[in-house]
Design a protein around this ligand. Sequence first.
Ligand code: PEP
Ligand code: MG
Length: 589
Amino acid sequence: MERKRKEDYIIKGIVGSPGIVIGKARVVDRKKIDIFTYRLISETEAPSEEERFKYAVETSKEQCSRAKEDMLSQDAKDVVHIMDAHLLILEDRMLIDETIKRIREEKINVEWALEITMQKLLRAFKEIDDEYLSARDSDIGHVGKRIFRNLLGKKEENFVDLEEKIIVVAHDLSPADTVQMSKDKVIGFVTDIGGRTSHTAIIARALEIPAVVGLEKVTEAVEKGDSLVVDGTTGIVIINPSKAILNEYLEKKRVYESLEKELFKYKDLPAETPDGFRIKVVANIELIEEIPSVLKHGAEGIGLYRTEFLYLNRKELPSEEEQFRAYKGVVEELHPYSATIRTLDIGGDKFISRLELAKEMNPALGLRAIRFCLREVEIFKTQLRAILRASNFGKVKVIFPMISGVREILQTKEILEEVKNELKATGVPFDTGIKIGIMIEIPSAVTLADILAREVDFFSIGTNDLIQYSLAIDRVNEHVSYLYEPLHPAVLRLIKQVVDCGHNGGIKVGMCGEMAGEPLHIPILLGLGLDELSMNALSVLQVKKVIRSITHEESRQLLDHVMGLATASEIRSFMKAEMRMRFPMEFGK
Ligand code: PEP
Ligand code: MG
């Protein structure tokens, strides 16, 4: 790729792990492994090709086991299972047997045979259009590359004995590479591929190394010795920053780091306004690996555990036992806090291939979430059994997604009762008083909130979908994203209605959409009287800070004013001015 400008070449990627770093680039291109393919001249060559293959696989296993040891000895115990997954792939019969069969039957060299087998394995994964799964197909890719490197006698990249601090630039990094990065030497990394939920990004967050992923062509754009600015808070990478940009980012880095440091003083402080209004600040998780970060940032539990990620990571459904182990793990790790486990929100664009659901014209309006579970009752019951069993090991609440009316919650409760009775009959212990709630994310549920409040113990407002359905804006369509506005007066009125109906009915009302983790919204949410806010772990400290600096009384006055404004832009400008005044450092620009 031709460099467009000598200085300040900016590329935008996906936020992998927050933080700002400035340093020298070291390009580690793991993409290009030149593979020679040739036919075997005589059959006698096949055994030695097989031997080479077996040796490369064994060497790969040893390297993975070593990486696992490293992970165990470092502060990365929660990601050890990734290396276990790599070791499992290295035992995979299809990978081993098919490659050997090809060498023998097609009389081709091992690299060629392995390449065909890997492509077949990857194709099977790629058939499923899902961000989480594509991250898993990269695990297969990492293992494949490792075997190729060993076949070609290439050395492992060494991230341990580095002489200077570097920012690693790579097409992709395996979790083993990432975990070997000493924080003293590797100060950041950027990759061509990967998404928010790719394992590499998860480990980067666990190790707290700033990272930007999914930059597409960063390995082509960066040359040896280039200097880089990596802004893991916005997903921006700047190659060869000019003096002016460099100074700007040095200042941004200084502000970011001092704010971060200052924020940790809120970790163990309650989320309470100066006049004593207490609100619960909890976190959303998709994966169990996120829990250490949740606790480190001072969240008081999990307000939304999106369990569908357990179902998406495979072709077969997870068994009751497997789910039970996962939920129990979460519940025990969270002790003494509680976990709100959401039942499967699958369907639409996230479907399990085994079920072969028809492609739908409007997936967001299709057979999704609770509708799917009420249709596939056995799948639903298996999950409910696993959740109930886990409730015996800590504090668990269950929440049901996409409830549109009263009939659905009645049907759901009936099924839950059946499962409870089955467990009782077989003497399986569970929390008989387990609290149940519903996500309020469809406008019809808002309209019926007073009646729904009689049926459940709590509400949690899912603003991601509530905004999509009330403003008629596809939440994944970038062409209408400019209309996606949490501060739209219609949205605020809907939220107010839910909170008021919930409280009149004597139940707690929380919020778990992205709206809840945005500091700018917090005074409004306080004024509305929400009992709980659930957000990504990295927003928790900032949100606590805002809560602790504004009185409930002030927030109610602010809300009164906001509810009188007619447009989202007026509300946004008003809130920005208000926050700028209160927090000049964070909202100054
Ligand atoms: C929501 O809709 O706000 C929500 C939290 O659920 P999800 O983002 O998983 O649809
Ligand atoms: Mg939702």
